[in-house]
Design a protein around this ligand. Structure first.
Ligand SMILES: [Zn+2]
Length: 306
């Protein structure tokens, strides 16, 4: 069963091309974990990236999958399904008494090599010049009201480490999975926050969103980096920011208008499909095609009615 509604079906010629592309050592490989599919008549095709939800079915975004795996995919794309299995395996294999943190994610994704690399840099009062493997890069330095210097940069993931002293909390797999799905579709709004100490970039705020983005395949993280700040002062800042000063959630009326904007596009997409239309059918569509949960689907419908 094809769970994703295809705007058009692959032709036999395109299927042949895909089969050719996914042949390794004489057998066709299932996209999910690369295992051989012995019987070519037992192959299905599915979307790789969820980005195609609004786009056409193109051959670059399709891959072969065995019937057994295909049955388990439900509303996910192939990439999400593969990363989900990998995430479950990762949390089982790396199970530690004191929990899993960003460092384990980096170790896993970088094959145990080359993570937490020291940063080579030269600094003046106004700027910092970083020597990456690919060449030098100059960044402006700013000073905050507490007198700490900082800069913004896209940091290659092999230079990042978890800040154990300021961020001792372990990762939660459920939250990481939800953020992973979010970042496959949306951009990172606010940078992760780090400090540069003894040439190490230690990330202390945004551990979950960084881990989620690394899981989604990003090789760089958008960061704000303080240069060797007073740790006690940063500790107090983090505590205050996560306590009573944390970002206010949107007011309900604002949320409703955001939901109805979202709903409008999805509703128009839904109307383009063949067949009878109903509110129940629309919720079904949100679940099957847009990957929403039933609660989310109903919430969107309710907000639009209000
Ligand atoms: Zn398979």
């Amino acid at each position: 069963m094809q769970v994703y509604m295809l705007k058009r079906q692959l032709t036999d010629k395109e299927k042949e091309e895909l089969i050719k592309e996914y042949m390794r050592d004489g057998s066709l490989r299932c996209f999910v974990d690369n295992h051989p599919i012995e019987d070519i008549s037992q192959v299905d095709f599915h979307h790789i990236s969820p980005r195609c939800e609004r786009g056409p079915t193109t051959i670059d975004n399709m891959a072969p999958v065995c019937k057994d795996h295909h049955k388990l995919i439900r509303t996910l794309s192939l990439q999400e399904f593969r990363d989900k299995l990998m995430l479950e395996k990762f949390f089982t294999e790396f199970k530690k008494a004191d929990g899993i943190r960003l460092d384990e994610v980096l170790y896993f994704k970088l094959d145990g090599l080359n993570y937490g690399n020291p940063l080579n840099f030269e600094k003046t009062d106004k700027s910092i010049k970083i020597y990456w493997n690919t060449g030098p890069e100059l960044h402006s330095l700013y000073t905050c009201s507490s007198g700490f210097q900082y800069f913004y940069a896209l940091i290659p993931i092999e230079y990042i480490k978890n800040d154990f002293e300021l961020q001792p909390r372990p990762l939660e797999s459920k939250r990481m999975w939800e953020l992973y799905r979010h970042f496959l579709r949306y951009t990172q709004l606010a940078p992760a926050i780090c400090r540069l100490v003894d040439r190490q970039v230690l990330l202390f705020d945004g551990q979950h969103k960084t881990a989620a983005q690394i899981w989604a395949g990003r090789k760089y993280v958008d960061c704000k980096i303080y240069i060797d700040p007073d740790i006690q002062s940063i500790k107090e800042t983090v505590l205050a920011a996560h306590d009573k000063l944390r970002q206010m959630p949107f007011y309900t009326s604002k949320l409703i208008s955001i939901y109805s904007d979202l709903f409008k596009d999805d509703w128009e997409d839904y109307l383009e499909l063949a067949g009878q239309k109903s509110e129940a059918g629309f919720v079904e569509y949100l679940i099957k095609v847009k990957g929403k949960t039933k609660t989310e689907g109903l919430k969107m419908l309710r907000s639009a009615i209000q």
